[in-house]
Design a protein around this ligand. Structure first.
Ligand SMILES: Cc1ncc(COP(=O)(O)O)c(C=O)c1O
Length: 405
């Protein structure tokens, strides 16, 4: 069949899973591959019992039909309550739409907002699905920067300059990731405020992906966009995958808290999108009601989880400090380390070659920085227990020594 696939389908690539087939083959042949490519806490820290029990309960009670397209009302209510509890913002159930993971929210946003040749303002390094979905919708990015030299913070003046230089381009929205994947940076309240002002000035819809909002450590303090963008249309994205350690449930939340005309139109549009796919995962939605409402149990679980993550990141960092070929800025959120590779001193052309050779020679699977729009870097998922993570970093260190020029 000639020309079967659309031209856009060429963009359907996820760099995070790029080496999955090769790693799988290795595993099948009995090789012990350490997979540090997907940010999946549930692999190493099982989803808390109170949440899986609620899932089982939903199944036992045959809550297996389609739900309302936007999500079961109890869950929408639980999301609104969580935001009141954590951030003291008030919105009702109708401000929330449940998605099949935050991933679905990203694809809905690009499909609903982007025409051919239009733009989104993203910051590099970015979470890869933003770029993939944007391109699949026929759009492209205008890039701001998170600067490594500045602990991966952005410079507000630069954002202004970039927008000035992009005059004439139709930019539909600005996406921020806070805390950030892949850098682990938590944006300060001041920077957020300035971004809100810029978005206002340029009439840009500001969207904040806050899927790691409770995974913050090393003394950092998190501010949600909805706390400071009051009175202007904006969107906050979140989900059950990371804070609640339930990646496989596939439940995300799209929150449009304001009551202005743009916000109302966005809610209607995304409701229409939700209806196309009928419903998200109903029993998982019911389990999420318990996950969000059982504040006491969640408090215990998240404290334990963040403590473990911090401990594991610190352990990996110490070992990485022994490696003269990799330099990194310390993360204070999420669960990634994003080192720069000193390619001048190693016999690799680029980060892709580095990652492939590492998998082949040392059986450690990482993700190349270029997949996040940041070449010459690697992303290390720092979730496994210290023995496994430590072993992986030791292999990386040995590998670098072996390939020194
Ligand atoms: C920043 C960010 N956004 C969205 C997602 C996707 O989340 P979900 O599992 O809810 O689809 C991830 C997953 O790693 C992420 O890191």
């Amino acid at each position: 069949m000639k020309d079967l696939f659309s031209k856009r389908s060429a963009f359907a690539i996820n760099p995070i899973r790029e080496e999955d087939t090769a790693a799988e083959e290795m595993r099948k042949s009995g090789i012990d591959v350490i997979k540090l490519n997907t940010g999946d806490p549930a692999v190493y820290m099982p989803t808390p019992d109170y949440i899986t029990d609620a899932y089982i309960d939903a199944l036992k009670h045959k809550k297996t039909s389609y739900s309302r397209a936007e999500g079961v009302p109890e869950l929408l209510d639980a999301v609104a309550k969580r935001y009141k509890r954590l951030y003291n913002v008030d919105f009702g159930q109708n401000s929330v739409i449940t998605t099949q993971g935050l991933s679905e929210a990203i694809s809905m946003i690009d499909s609903a907002l982007i025409n051919d040749g239009e733009f989104a303002f993203l910051f590099r390094p970015y979470y890869p699905a933003y770029m993939t979905n944007l391109r699949l919708a026929g759009g492209d990015a205008v890039f701001g920067r998170y600067y490594e030299s500045d602990n991966w913070n952005t410079k507000v003046e630069d954002v202004k300059q970039t927008l000035k230089a992009a005059k004439g381009k139709k930019i539909k929205y600005m996406m921020i990731t806070n805390p950030n994947n892949p850098t682990g940076t938590v944006l300060t309240r001041n920077v957020l405020k300035e971004l809100v002002d810029i978005a206002n000035e340029h009439d840009l819809l500001l969207i904040s992906d806050e899927i790691y909002d409770e995974i913050v450590f090393n003394g950092a303090s998190f501010t949600s966009l909805c706390q400071i963008a009051k009175g202007m249309p904006h969107m906050v994205l979140n989900g059950i995958s990371k804070n609640f350690d339930a990646t496989g449930f596939r439940v995300g939340f799209m929150i449009i808290p304001e009551e202005d005309e743009v916000s109302k139109a966005l809610r209607q549009k995304f409701s229409d999108y939700a209806r196309i796919r009928l419903s998200s995962n109903t029993p998982a939605e019911y389990a999420c009601v318990e996950a969000l409402n059982n504040v006491e149990q969640h408090g215990i679980e998240i404290k334990k989880m963040v403590g473990e993550i911090q401990d594991r990141i610190n352990h990996a960092s110490k070992l990485l400090d022994e490696n003269p070929f990799l330099n990194y800025a310390k993360p204070n959120g999420a669960f990634y380390i994003f080192p720069k590779i000193d390619l001048d001193r190693l016999d690799f052309k680029d980060d892709r070659e580095f990652v492939r050779a590492l998998l082949n020679e040392e059986h450690v699977q990482l993700t190349r920085g270029s997949g996040f729009g940041e070449p010459s870097h690697i992303r290390i998922v720092s979730l496994p227990p210290k023995e496994i993570l430590g072993e992986a970093v030791k292999r990386v260190n040995r590998f670098c020594q072996k390939h020194a020029k």
